[in-house]
Design a protein around this ligand. Sequence first.
Ligand code: AMP
Ligand code: MN
Ligand code: MN
Ligand code: MN
Length: 278
Amino acid sequence: MDNFDLHNHSTRSDGLLSPTQLIELAARAGVDAIALTDHDTTEGLAEAGEAARRLGILWVPGVEISVSWGDTTLHIVGLNIDPEAQAMIAGLKSIRDGRLGRAERVAQMLKSMGIPGALEGALALAPNESVLSRTHFARFLVGAGAVKDTQAAFDKYLAKGKPAYVAHQWATLEDAVEWIVASGGTAVLAHPGRYGLKPWARGEVLDEFKRLGGEAIEVVTGSHRPEEYAMWRDTANRYGFLASRGADYHGPGESPYEPGRLPPLPATLKPVWSKWTH
Ligand code: AMP
Ligand code: MN
Ligand code: MN
Ligand code: MN
């Protein structure tokens, strides 16, 4: 039992597959356990959980919460949460509510750069309008012929520091960990290599996350390059964090690994799933 994939997206946030399609894809890869971790919503969990049970896969209900830490956006994954917990429901709603206003501003920026219709275009690509994401804008920009692929849309327009980036206030790190703990879940720092943090800031994030009740960090993820695994392995061991593994799959052509098809965790790590499997 070690093919656990604990970070994936569906059409309930910025993924391209429905919750059922995602679980079916993971089953074909032979996963032992799967989590759905949509951004700021638990809406897909009931459907995905049903598919996982039908296919005989261990099911891990999850979420990926957007957090503001100074002017850096962090992502905190909650695993084995109870989606009915009131603190989680109210907390996630509070951060989803800011998304439309941010999207209007992104669209204005794009319009001022000669790309009209981005809000309508992104909305048309978002099956769940309450989680309208930069990923939907990226897909709109590809469709409009402004860039060749979604990565280029981030690199040219949407990433931090680029002209259509709009700073936004998400949850605090403290709130996100609190909602996860209050819903019975395990808090995991998602893809720590993705934030472009200087070493001192990295240390501060890890210390603060640990102090607040964070238990694990992702080491093997589709959002890390394989060359980065060793560094995050050593970091997990040094801080005493459990380690997680997840494809961060968004859809065909958009992610380096399909669910369940990424490398195993390095052997010296204690997997986060050791909490649930003995
Ligand atoms: P949002 O929560 O709307 O700001 O969108 C964040 C999502 O955009 C992430 O979960 C990724 O799926 C995607 N994303 C963010 N930054 C990048 C990037 N530099 N390259 C590719 N995708 C990105
Ligand atoms: Mn995403
Ligand atoms: Mn993320
Ligand atoms: Mn993700």
